[in-house]
Design a protein. Structure first.
Lengths: 549, 305
């Protein structure tokens, strides 16, 4: 009798287990959901869970109580440099003098960093943490992962507030409160195209600064050298909800959109009128563009197996392609120049930002690199004070960013030079060795030799950017989408894009019109309208909040 | 007399059906074997090929431009990989020995008929293999509750006992040690430990080898716990060291906007392949000797009575 009863219970329990397994993400914690959305926590781990002293409740007046020493954890991305201990010791020496606090840098490494970032925030293991829009800053902040900084900035760190400026701090506002402090180096992460300048000169081709010229450039090279690979485009940079194939990025030459490749779900808006959202996928422009891409594919600009190829990031460096059109920001151009100089074959790389064509250029959003204080931190005021020291105090900032002067680096003609690299030794602390891109101080940042070239590009873009409707404001990157209510439709739409949109964006179908028609039907069936409705609502709310009209 | 006695047939004559079946089986198995071994051959050959050749011409069965450059790069500053090797050996030895002890003792106890609660205990052990708290509670337990973050304990402790291995051990013991022996030992006045060490353990060699092998391989190949819990690269496991290197390379190349690191310093294709060979080489050499235990271990649970 007892056994039978037990057996029945067991079977019920097993059935329940099967059903909960099928239910999926219903029971996951907020942090796991964050992980799913690619939120990465860059918690800096400290070994100590409780700091040396009690939390400094003290007065939040300017004279913050510094009598108790506090040990903070600063979590950043990437790998630790070899001289982590050495530089940390030097840093902490100065920090104890100034704030009676120490900082322990903890690194997420690049393995499973999304998961670890979420873990750090959940377990509240870090005090200061790196934030970025690609780490779902907006979503995390709205879920309460970070401490509000509004009041503390006024009372504890007015110098920091003055240095960063209200403009930048406002861009870090989520639901009306400031949760992070951005870095102050204006960086242009615009998208563009990099191409082989030497081949252009050799075959006397036009500069590829528009769709027509790009086509002429690629066709010209092909005519002269049929075996030269032209574009090694794949689907790697196009995994989101804007495009499904990298070659479609060239369309940014044609449209003055608010963001590269427009908005999600086939919607888009122009930079000058961000609240005026219109439909791209169901327009005739879309059909013309796809026919153009097919023409390019037929001319052999990319391989027939492009849809199943994986990204070869060394292709450009090794001459397997002559141009790269997707996901190319100015830094990648600088890397390419360095690569070609190292190779010494006389190749030259040139870069054109897509925004130059329509004069729509903007710097990286303030949340590209920032610092936040994790909720649950026992000494938030001290953490903010330390952050102020790290950013504003030149001596401390230099140690943090460059290492120990005379051991790791020196300054020559105002340019940073790594001493070990010069001597050919292993570099134990490279430039920004702690990966603290969030602690860049625009006023005092030491340029590297390669930055000189970069700065020229930035100056050019700064000039263009200052003349746009929202001077030097990055509208799109501050927006974070909350798709919880339509995540099923969203996944379905993504699948349809991968399956039906990619082939004709790659020009690898015979009948473009039929393929487009099929895609349009399928994507509507997948629930596109629901996604669009919600997304549009959120986007318009965002534009209203920041007055992007 | 010309009838010499016919020689007795030395082999059973195979029917045509058997021969066909054998033929097909051999072909399929050969094909399967090639499919399994091919990737490894390509990795080894790639590690001896010049990097530029790999990028331009792809992988091949035999090294095209033979060079030892990749291995030279690895062993130029071998400190990191040697440290990872040392830690891996440490974790494997410590984890396997402690785990094996615990599993053997547990298996013995729940195999004893006189243990009143053995069904409850077995059920509790089975239960954990079906229901788990999930990844976040697991992490919080080790990081916050037990405060083991950064400690080497966090890397080998979580994998000491797995329900599957405990049940496997129990089945071994039940199968290998008949009740009669232990009962007679008890009648002769042997205590529990005596029975365990002098009667059960000696006949358990195959079981110990199997479970030990499973444990050791699990420890050798693990990287996840290093990823989650270590705060210092000196406690990393070997596989994590390699995996992280690959990820760092990929991440750097994609994030050139934030990182000012020169991508020229990142490991090239041939170096990645050479690292894979260096990490798996020793296991490959060790495996043929203990392979038979794997096969017998997996099937032992299937035989009842």
């Amino acid at each position: 009798m007892k056994k039978r009863f037990f057996g029945v219970i067991m079977s019920l329990v097993l059935i329940a287990a099967m059903l909960t397994g099928c239910a999926g993400s219903g029971s996951k914690s907020a942090a796991e959901q964050l992980d799913q959305q690619g939120v990465v926590d860059i918690p800096v781990n400290n070994d100590q869970k409780t700091p040396a002293g009690t939390s400094s409740d003290g007065n939040t007046a300017k004279g913050t109580d510094l009598s108790e020493r506090v040990d903070l954890v600063f979590y950043v991305m990437g790998d630790a440099p070899k001289d982590e201990e050495l530089v940390e010791a030097a840093l902490n020496e100065k920090l104890i003098e100034k704030c009676n606090a120490t900082v322990d840098m903890q690194f997420s490494t690049w393995t499973e960093f999304q998961q670890k970032y979420a873990n750090e925030i959940t377990s509240q293991g870090a005090d200061l943490i790196y934030i970025a829009n690609w780490l779902n800053y907006g979503l995390l902040a709205s879920q309460g992962a970070f401490v509000e900084l509004d009041d503390m900035l006024n009372t504890v760190a007015p110098e920091l507030k003055a240095m960063v400026g209200d403009n930048m701090l406002n861009m870090c506002k989520v639901d009306g409160k400031i949760y992070a402090v951005p870095n102050t180096w204006a960086e242009y992460v615009s998208n563009g195209l990099k191409y082989r300048e030497d081949l252009r000169v050799k075959y006397n081709l036009p500069v590829p600064d528009s769709l027509e010229n790009l086509e002429a450039y690629l066709a010209g090279i092909k005519a002269n050298d049929p075996t030269q690979g032209l574009l090694t485009v794949t689907t790697e940079e196009s995994q989101g909800f804007k495009t499904a194939f990298d070659a479609a990025w060239v369309l940014n030459f044609k449209y003055p959109w608010v963001n590269a490749n427009g908005l999600d779900y086939g919607l888009t808006a122009n930079y000058d009128t961000p609240s005026d959202v219109y439909d791209y996928w169901f327009s005739t422009d879309f059909e013309d563009d796809m026919k153009m891409l097919k023409r390019w594919a037929d001319q052999g600009f990319w391989s027939k197996s492009a849809l199943s190829d994986t990204n070869n990031s060394d292709a450009y460096k090794n001459g397997l392609c002559v141009a790269e059109v997707a996901g190319q920001n100015p830094n990648k151009q600088i890397t390419a120049i360095a690569d070609f100089t190292n190779a010494g074959e006389g190749w030259q790389s040139a870069y054109i930002a897509y925004g130059e064509k329509h004069n729509v250029i903007y710097p990286g959003h303030a949340t590209q690199n920032g610092t936040a204080i994790v909720r649950g931190c026992k000494n938030p005021e001290r953490a903010l004070l330390v952050l102020q020291a790290l950013l504003c105090d030149d001596e401390i900032n230099s140690i943090m960013q460059y290492g120990i002067k005379g051991v790791h680096y020196t300054v020559e003609n105002g340019i940073y030079k790594n001493l070990q690299e010069e001597k050919g030794e292993t570099v134990t602390f490279p430039y920004e060795g702690f990966n603290t891109w969030n602690l860049r101080n625009g006023a005092t940042k030491l340029p590297q030799a390669t930055d000189v070239e970069l700065q020229k590009m930035f100056d050019k873009y700064a000039e263009i950017g200052s003349k746009t409707k929202f001077p030097n404001v990055n509208i799109y990157d501050g927006f974070s989408e909350n798709y919880e209510t339509y995540s099923a439709e969203r996944s379905a739409v993504s699948n349809v894009m991968r399956q039906y949109l990619a082939p004709f964006e790659a020009g690898l179908v015979d009948d473009v019109d039929a393929a487009i028609a099929e895609f349009r039907t399928k994507v509507k069936d997948a629930g596109l309208d629901k996604c669009r409705e919600e997304y549009k609502k959120q986007w318009l709310d965002y534009c209203n909040e920041y007055n992007y009209k | 007399m010309n009838n010499k006695p016919k020689a007795a047939p030395t082999a059973i004559k195979k029917s045509a059906g058997t021969r066909v079946f054998n033929g097909i089986s051999y072909v399929l198995l050969a094909f399967g074997a090639i499919v399994c071994v091919l990737p490894f051959i390509i990795i080894v050959s790639g590690s001896f090929t010049d990097n530029v050749t790999i990028l331009k011409q792809g992988y091949s069965l035999f090294p095209r431009d033979f060079t030892l450059e990749a291995y030279r790069t690895i062993f130029r500053s071998p400190k990191d990989i040697i440290q990872a090797y040392k830690m891996n050996v440490y974790y494997t030895v410590v984890g396997t020995s402690i785990g094996l002890t615990m599993i053997a003792l547990t298996g013995y106890v729940i195999s004893r008929q006189e243990f009143k609660y053995r069904n409850t205990v077995s059920f509790l052990i089975y239960f954990t293999s079906i229901f788990g708290g999930g990844m976040i509670p697991w992490y919080l337990m080790y990081a916050n509750v037990l405060n083991l973050k950064g400690h080497t304990l966090a890397i080998w402790f979580p994998a000491l006992m797995s329900p599957f291995l405990v049940i496997l051990m129990r089945t071994f013991i039940v199968g290998a040690v008949p009740n009669a022996i232990t009962e007679s030992a008890k009648i002769d006045g042997a205590g529990h430990f005596t029975i365990f060490f002098r009667i059960v353990l000696p006949v358990l060699k195959a079981g110990l080898a199997t479970v030990g092998l499973f444990l050791a391989l699990g420890y050798w190949n693990d990287w996840y716990r290093s990823s989650m819990f270590s705060t210092n690269s000196s406690t990393w496991q070997l596989q994590f060291y390699l995996y992280d290197l690959l990820n760092a390379t990929t991440a750097m190349k994609q994030m050139a906007s934030n990182v000012s690191m020169k991508t020229a310093d990142l490991p090239t294709e041939s170096v990645k392949l050479a690292m894979a060979v260096v990490a798996t080489g020793p296991v490959l050499l060790f495996y043929p000797f203990v392979q038979r235990f794997f096969v017998s271990g997996i099937t032992v649970g299937a035989v009842k009575g």
